[in-house]
Design a protein around this ligand. Structure first.
Ligand code: MN
Length: 249
């Protein structure tokens, strides 16, 4: 299986999960929530060739991680994949939105200095701001909008900006998510779980549990499961080459 956005380091027993991930997943992008966590996690998971640890600073905790912003910018040179980054406009995070936006923009500019990066982007209740900053500050990076919940016209705008969409099982549980997915082109979709934060019947989705994503997309798009899998694997393999030119699925 393939998972373009999960928090492997935040499951209760990440090191015990690693052998299962190696066996059952072709590719996992483990996003992190702070640059210090990135450094530690990258060391822990260094032995797993199919796990890529992305350098991140989560917008929801940015107020508590202000001291790590400089470190975040400094490490970008050494990371091929950046996430989780972005803006969260939920009521409890409104106070830090200005800071979130300015950090997001600085990260994008820094990525440009090194020819662009693969980005896993959070945009809950802030899709308009996220797209505006991407338009202003990102040229050579490859933005992947994770769990996108904006509007249909914002999907068009995102596509024009070269964005991809990573889709998790929880997004596909509601009517809004399904209608957004119905207008996302198949050739810009990637699978994710956002585990351990997405759950089914009280249990976290595991990085190898993306079957439902393929099944639901096939249903929504009216294509066979085989076709859906082959589209998404082709997309995944394209992005993987950008992350690591020597790797293949
Ligand atoms: Mn996440």
């Amino acid at each position: 299986m393939i998972d373009f956005h999960c928090h492997l380091d935040l499951y209760p027993n990440p090191l015990q999960l690693l052998p299962i991930v190696e066996q059952r997943c072709k590719l996992v992008v483990c996003v992190t929530t702070s640059p210090r966590a990135w450094k530690r996690t990258a060391e822990y998971f260094a032995s797993a060739p199919n796990v890529y640890v992305a350098l991140g600073i989560h917008p929801e905790i940015i107020h508590a991680k202000e001291g790590e912003i400089e470190l975040m910018l400094e490490y970008i040179e050494h990371a091929s994949c950046i996430g989780e980054i972005g803006i969260d406009g939920s009521p409890q995070n409104r106070d830090s939105m200005h800071l979130q936006a300015s950090v997001f923009e600085s990260i994008l500019f820094e990525c440009e200095k090194f020819g662009g990066r693969i980005l896993s982007i959070h945009s809950r209740r802030a899709s308009k701001d996220v797209l505006h900053i991407l338009e202003k500050a990102s040229v050579d990076s490859t933005p992947i909008l994770h769990w996108f919940s904006g509007t249909q016209s914002e999907i068009q705008q995102a596509l024009e900006l070269g964005c991809w969409f990573s889709i998790n099982p929880q997004m596909l549980a509601g009517t809004k998510g399904r209608s957004l997915v119905s207008i996302m082109p198949l050739d810009r979709m990637l699978p994710e779980t956002d585990g351990p934060f997405t759950t089914h019947k009280g249990k976290s989705y595991m990085p190898w549990e993306t079957n439902l994503v393929y099944k639901s997309i096939a249903e929504i798009k009216g294509i066979s499961l085989e076709d859906c899998i082959s589209h998404i694997e082709r997309n995944s393999s394209y992005i993987l080459k950008l992350i690591d030119p020597s790797a293949s699925l």
